[in-house]
Design a protein. Sequence first.
Length: 134
Amino acid sequence: MKNLIQYKSNKNVVYSCKYHVVWCPKYRRKVLIDGVDERLKVILQEVAEKLDSEIIEMEIMEDHVHLLVDVDPQFGINKLIKKMKGTSSRLLREEFPWLKSRIPSLWTNSYFVSTVGGATLDTVKLYIENQKNV
């Protein structure tokens, strides 16, 4: 049975805005290892909750991040990703000093984002869940 769309609302909008987001460390370095990956998950979850967004699925690979997120369209996916990347870069580089010597900044300026509309939510969730098995 397929998931029924669950709508959220703010003062002005009823919405269901789900995005598949992917971004990489600078130079696609394999630095999301040795505890950095687990700490990153916690940081991203905290940022999402603080900004009233929901991480539906998340997988941290050694050289990229996959997220399936639900974001208020009035806040915007670009603001969420900017805050996630900025906060995580600052905190991870403080907590894992070896990151500073490996790369000049943690993240690239770019990222991939796609609305989840063409594929079912279950398909995208399964894709993200199975990243480590690919």
